[in-house]
Design a protein around this ligand. Sequence first.
Ligand code: PBG
Length: 327
Amino acid sequence: MPYPEIRPRRLRRTPALRRLVSETRVDPAELVVPMFVKEGLTEPRAIASLPGVLQHSRDSLRKAAVEAVQAGIGGIMLFGVPAERDPVGSGGIDPDGILNVAIRDVVAEVGDATVVMSDLCLDEFTSHGHCGLLAPNGEVDNDATLAAYAEMAVAQADAGVGVVGPSGMMDGQVGVVRKALDAAGHQDVGVLAYAVKYASAFFGPFREAVESALEGDRRTYQQDPANVRESLREVALDVAEGADMVMVKPALPYLDVVSAVRAAVDVPVAAYQVSGEYAMVEAAAANGWIDREQAMLETLTSIRRAGAQIILTYWAVEAARLLRERY
Ligand code: PBG
């Protein structure tokens, strides 16, 4: 050994030493749980490709929100699954649409005890499953979509949401949403911009969760997995347009992007550990191929270490409980 006195293993010898020198901790206060609520359900329903995640009824959603607050997590991101869809996604704008009703329910139940957020996108509400409105030639029409997002943002804010999460990857969406919120008197409603969103295979199980009608793909608006500089441009635009927080999505296959975004901006950076990332670990664990809890915490720690302060994860509530036991 060239340096016999330097022994890094000294600091790994006991759990107490390892705890003392640990550089990264995942805090339950920085975890956000995505939740699905389906119109017309009387009982919650399992999602086969997301074991442990439910399509909630309005009632079960309220209860789950209370449990999430009791677990000490930082936020809840709501997704609505409507009973009916149409080409323009009216259900997203309708104050009686399932997502807006669910926002009211959850806010009435938990108030300010956690941050209530909502996905601001049309794909759950359109009959074609795209995140935007279609032009006559079948392409997603950016600017027509922006007008719909503006209305949707105001509907969500009227319902009482604390933070909206525009996730459709239309150019200019953050600016339009910010302006619409301000014009409607909702200056205090924040914007968590899905600034960086890749056209990813890892969204697969989510499409089952929201019963997506999409055929084809989203490559004309979501990003090419090969690109990282493009993500920095997306983030810079969103911050300039008024984003309060920016998000990278998916998380684990894009930790370099998380890290580059963290270095580039001073707003809070979030990462979304998406459905396919969760399903991969659950499926391997169900086969006895990996240790489920260890893998869960390892992925969350890695996302945190890469520079995401806030993590959206389907494990949020369970992870929060586990983390409290461990620290
Ligand atoms: C868009 C949206 C999607 C996800 C979150 N918001 C689907 C998509 O962009 O195709 C995916 C989340 C996940 O996979 O867990 N409304």
